[in-house]
Design a binder for this molecule. Structure first.
Ligand SMILES: [Zn+2]
Length: 303
């Protein structure tokens, strides 16, 4: 009986009879691979139904918004795309729901692939229009693109972005406006989307059009410590950076420019509860730049 139970799960690492010890990251990779290669029958487009709702609702396409029909049917918006996409006219007919061709399965598959690609390329153009930006903003507010994995960003929502405007160069990445860094999507389905379907400018245009959404710059950062004492080189660098920031803020204040750091609080998005604490911590750092940091070591419980 015991041996039966032992063989029922090869990933049960707690089992004393277990010979195969699979590290968690390998299990995760296998999981992603199985997702990427499994038959995606449920995601196939039904040619008799409307293309866009099916495309938007299929798994892995959560980053896309629905392109307005008027936008899709205005040829001006599609200028130049006919050379980028195979079976362009059929693909466009499929997207605009006027597809009427008695094609075999293989050709249908090709046309469907082309339609997905065409939708992505038009999507990159659409999301920088007023309507497109508003739609993507809704998704951003709902956190449809995920949250920043950086602990100190407090789950700030992410935006999809491309590192190239040309197709088939780089996959989509996620941008966090709080730490101003980019991340790989967590899911393999998202990680395989072409970055050109979002483009290199969309995320920056969004903040130009909606400046109130620009989050306050975070000055919190992780401090490496050993048994509560700051690691010397990192602490010295952090103090130097803090001093530089203070200097820059003073310069910006002198010319009446808003440095955008946390003190100038606007009630947008995430707020830190411990703003004051952060400020207190930074005060002594200014004076200790040359002192080597002997007075900055503090014992923190639980680190
Ligand atoms: Zn972040």
């Amino acid at each position: 009986m015991g041996s039966l139970r032992g063989s029922s799960s090869i990933f049960n690492v707690d089992s004393p009879q277990q010979d195969i010890n699979v590290p968690p990251h390998v299990v995760q990779s296998l999981h992603y691979l199985s997702l990427a290669f499994r038959p995606r029958e449920d995601d196939k487009i039904d040619f008799r139904r409307s293309f866009t709702p099916q495309f938007i609702s299929s798994r892995g396409n959560e980053y896309f918004c629905e392109i307005d029909e008027e936008y899709l049917t205005d040829r001006f918006n599609l200028t130049g795309l006919n050379t980028e996409v195979q079976y362009y006219q059929y693909a466009l007919d499929l997207i605009t729901d006027v597809f009427d061709l008695d094609a075999d399965d293989e050709l249908r598959e090709q046309i469907e692939k082309s339609a997905r690609h065409l939708y992505g390329l038009v999507h990159a153009r659409y999301i920088v229009t007023t309507r497109g930006l508003a739609k993507m903003l809704d998704k951003y507010k709902k956190g449809d693109f995920g949250k920043c994995p950086r602990v100190l960003c407090d789950q700030h929502p992410l935006l999809p972005m491309g590192q190239s405007d040309l197709a088939n160069q780089k996959t989509v990445k996620l941008y966090c406006a709080k730490c101003e860094d980019i991340y790989n999507p967590k899911s393999s389905r998202h990680a395989s989307i072409d970055g050109a379907y979002f483009g290199t400018s969309f995320h920056n245009i969004l903040f130009q059009v909606y400046p109130a959404l620009v989050p306050e710059k975070s000055i919190r950062r992780y401090e490496p410590r050993i048994y509560g004492f700051k690691v010397h080189a990192c602490a010295a660098l952090a103090r130097w950076q803090d001093a530089q920031r203070e200097e820059m803020k003073a310069r910006l204040h002198a010319v009446n420019m808003d440095p955008g750091f946390i003190e100038d609080s606007e009630d947008e998005n995430d707020e830190f509860d411990d703003d004051d604490e952060v400020d207190d911590k930074l005060e002594p750092a200014k004076g200790t730049l040359a002192a080597g940091g002997t007075n900055s070591a503090r014992m923190d419980v639980g680190i």
